[in-house]
Write a new protein. Structure first.
Length: 225
């Protein structure tokens, strides 16, 4: 049986988050989303409005807040969320306060997620919570899965792609096991091949965040020939 390339493409978030991004790269990114029917772009907040002007559909624009370290104040993340939504984003990827999680300050982590979720859901936008799995122990991954599940967030996301590790099959399966069934999983960080994307989906990933989306689709098409 052949690989369903369209189904996998619909899970890919075409990502460009480097600090030296320019407008021409965003134009190219958005065109590739349109040409391949990817789920959305994932861009820096500065480019959310520009991406929306090209893609038109709000749900096709994802941006990040508290990125990439997650150590900003709760009210700062709330303010970032408000402005991201006003500038056309339909999906918000927020980084948790990792330091608070490591200090067992679960109340802070829960409060910041719930606060952002409340703001986003009031506009029917989705929230994905980045937990940076490479910095966490197994127990901390289990703990944060419960916190995210209880917060009402739509997704739990493995990684920013800016730390020392990205998505792994083990972590995706672990997050899937300990998150509520209503919470979806986004794998991101270091996903550069079609085979790895397929394996992550089989492990439980609902979305794939990658800057290699076009390459992955080309590889998938080659697999079907």
């Amino acid at each position: 049986m052949g690989i369903n390339v369209d189904e996998i493409a619909s899970r890919i978030e075409h990502t460009l988050l480097k600090p030296d991004t320019i407008y021409q790269e965003i134009e190219k990114l958005c065109k590739e989303v349109q040409d391949n029917n990817f789920a959305c772009v994932c861009v820096l907040p500065y480019f959310a409005g520009y991406s929306r002007s090209i893609l038109v559909k709000r749900e096709k624009v994802c941006t990040v807040i508290g990125f990439p370290l997650g150590a900003s104040f709760v009210f700062s993340k709330m303010d970032e969320c408000v402005h991201a939504l006003r500038n056309g984003a339909g999906e918000i990827d927020m980084v948790i306060n990792i330091a608070a999680l490591l200090a067992h300050d679960f109340r802070t982590v829960s409060t910041e997620i719930s606060s952002v979720v409340d703001i986003a859901h009031n506009t029917l936008a989705k929230v994905k919570v980045i937990v940076e799995t490479c910095l966490l122990t197994e127990q901390q991954k289990i703990d944060v899965s419960k916190i995210v599940s209880d917060s009402g967030a739509d997704y739990i996301k493995t990684s920013t792609g800016f730390s020392h590790g990205g998505a792994t099959l083990h972590d995706v399966a672990l997050l899937r096991k300990y998150s509520h069934e209503k919470v979806k999983i986004k794998a991101s960080g270091g996903i550069k091949t079609a085979q790895f994307a397929i394996e992550l989906i089989n492990a439980g990933a609902d979305r794939i965040g990658t800057s290699s989306g076009v390459k992955i689709i080309q590889e998938l098409n080659s697999m079907n020939t």
